[in-house]
Design a protein. Structure first.
Length: 97
C-alpha cells in the first residue's frame, strides 16, 4: 500500500507540534540528498503554506551567520519520493523547547 504524502500545511503543523515557530530558520544537521542545512516554513491567514530547504553559504570575512541562502527544495513542488525524504528530515528534528 502506498503512503500518502502530507500536504504542506500538515508538514508545517508537524513542525509546530515539535515547538518550532513560523518564519524562523531551523538549522538541520541531518544527511539529505539536497545537502540542505536549513529548513524554513510559513503559514499565512489566507491559507497559503510554504516549507522549504536551503543551503547556507558563508561570505569570506563575514561573522558567523552572515551570508546567503539558496533554496534547494520547495515541498509543494517535490515528487512523492522526495516528499517522503523531506518528511523524514522533519521527523528526525528534535523537540524545540
Amino acid at each position: 500500500m502506498r503512503r500518502k504524502a502530507l500536504s504542506v500545511s500538515e508538514v508545517n503543523q508537524l513542525l509546530l507540534s515539535k515547538g518550532y515557530k513560523v518564519m524562523r530558520t531551523i538549522r538541520i544537521d541531518i544527511e539529505n540528498s539536497w545537502d540542505a542545512d536549513i529548513l524554513s516554513f510559513e503559514e499565512y491567514g489566507d491559507g497559503k503554506s510554504y516549507c522549504n530547504l536551503y543551503k547556507s553559504y558563508q561570505h569570506e570575512g563575514c561573522p558567523e551567520g552572515c551570508g546567503n541562502l539558496k533554496r534547494l527544495a520547495n515541498y509543494s513542488k517535490l515528487k512523492a519520493a522526495e516528499k517522503h525524504e523531506f518528511i523524514n528530515i522533519v521527523n528526525q528534528l528534535p523537540m524545540n523547547n
